[in-house]
Ligand binder design. Sequence first.
Ligand code: ADP
Ligand code: MG
Length: 701
Amino acid sequence: MHSLLETNITYLKGVGPKKAEILKKELGIVDFNDLLNYFPFRYVDKSKIYNVSDISSGNSYFQLVGNISNLRKVGDKRTRYITATLTDSTGSIGLVWFKGLQWVINRFVPGRKYLIFGKPSVFQNQFNFVHPEVEDYDEERVNIGNQRLEGIYSSTEKLRNTGLGTRGISKLLKELLSQCKDKLPETLPDYIVERWNLISRKEALINIHFPENASIIDNAKIRLKFEELLLVQLQLLQQKNSLNRKINGQVFRLVGTNFNRFFSDNLPFELTGAQKRVIREIRHDMRSGYQMNRLLQGDVGSGKTMVALMCMLIAMDNNFQSCIMAPTEILATQHFNSIRRMLLDMDVRVKLLTGSTKKKDRKIIHDELLDGSLNILIGTHAVIEDSVKFSNLGFVVIDEQHRFGVAQRARLWRKNKIPPHVLVMTATPIPRTLAMTVYGNLDISIIDELPPGRKHVATSHLFENKRLRILGFMKEQIKQGRQIYVVYPLIRESEKVDLKNLMDGYANMLQDFPMPEYQVSVVHGRMKSEDKEFEMQRFVEGKTDIMVSTTVIEVGVDVPNASVMIIENAERFGLSQLHQLRGRVGRGADQSYCILVSGYKLSNEGRKRLEIMVETTDGFKIAEADLKLRGPGDLQGTQQSGVLDLKIASLVHDSNLITRTRDVAEEILSKDSTLSSPVNSLLYKQLDQIRKGKQNWGRIS
Ligand code: ADP
Ligand code: MG
């Protein structure tokens, strides 16, 4: 038997099959419960009726009462729309409809008064209302007006055309709540409601839709967000705990000759305190008997790769193979080269496997993996193919996890009877709230310290008209023996335009920096990989002074002598990309510079991004700012994560609640890890439902 709230929305008064279909398509609303959980995104004070003369901005909502006249069709057959005029005692304002024209025509009776509501827009220097909400004016209702604040629901064109604008949705909710407001059971255990001073679920749901007053809205929101986030955290922590507990891990008992020899002979520098700490954390997991699933966060250049390498040596000391999986061929190749360089003279066999590995070499790699003679495999997606089989895979490093889905990770796990330990490395830091949610089922290690001697990269933002100054600066730096990157954006949709920008830039560069005095390299995505490699190599060896490229160098070479990063059309890059690019300089002993060049026309967001880059070099701060600017939807890693289905809580604005509910969830699970105690039965039930997915046939279309 299902509960009232699982009733299909078609059975709600005012919803027929057509509306039901559209509600499902547009908003994913299938049953009563879904509608109940469709919350307003803001509220307006509907007790107030404005005058036409009050309208002074298109930024807020207005409610007017007046007569509607001059109703007429305008335009020809293809562009037909309807205009009308609403008049009150202070003036008149235009109303416009582009859709549902017949409905509009039939809607109005001349001489009658109507209540209209909407956000005015400006057309030909005059305010008007496009597709306003319309209601018959009922003096009594308005005067009684017990409900001052009305929720505004986001709607869509299609919904509005079927009468489900914000007011239509609100009406449905009123109907729904009148049917079931006494059947809204508490879903959190009493002890939680009491301890955290939450209002009841019933009170919260009624007031989120039809608030009695402004202050109760906050309480309703907190209650609903708390519950939502608590359930997310309970899920994540249970997942994490059960991974740790259920899955046996390989036990790496010793730190042996490979690690020790590397440490004493090959390590070219002292490890930072943070690197040592993280290696200890990983070491602890490797010995624990449980499978490690750990996220390693650290800023660009903080030395994550070094940590990964040293852990692979420990795996080798315990007779296990390791594998690094990188998202692009360039990145994989870079890891391969730098790891081979670091392992110089050591008896460690390392190979590279990518999409372009020749068949013959591939065969050799397959054989060496199977007979166990290959110790470390570095590659792209190619490493997860079924044909790649290991003799004893014990440790897997996934670089830049966001580009790999969970399913791909699982394929790596299955490459050994006992799954390998997994270390996921991010290219740039992740904001705390995301780390606790999107990555909340992983253990987390953070490298929060850069190697000593890193110079702060002096960053400035210049407009294009300062090009002469920039050229002068470049020449001066080259004279001092430095090398320079000049980067152009690459956005796939317009690859051709991008390439043209780059080639024009390159041509200018050749004029400004004539041979033989200067040498300029160019690298872009359309080049053959041998040519790319050749050009990059010339720059690495210091044979060229300037490297002109698209973002391919983002994950490219490490050239300590390069001290200037010039980013053209910087406004077109995202923050984390800018940060990555800037991380290419400041690796050597010299003062480094990053110059962000942009046009004058900047969007607000574009300007903010550049400001943030000038302000700080701290990757964690930049990540936070990025999250605030863009919202979580666009951030790396979030797309494939269910956490984004949050209905009311926000990963951007609710960081305090996220932290608090994580603590609460930890506490609950520390006392009752399976939630089997009677006091937690409500939580158990909810999680169980989430786990099963909603088994509602109405959802399957
Ligand atoms: P990440 O992968 O975090 O971006 P890398 O591991 O590639 O960083 O390291 C960046 C550079 O810093 C490399 O040239 C590396 O050799 C160097 N490096 C790493 N750890 C240290 C350290 N403790 N001291 C000095 N240099 C280091
Ligand atoms: Mg790296």
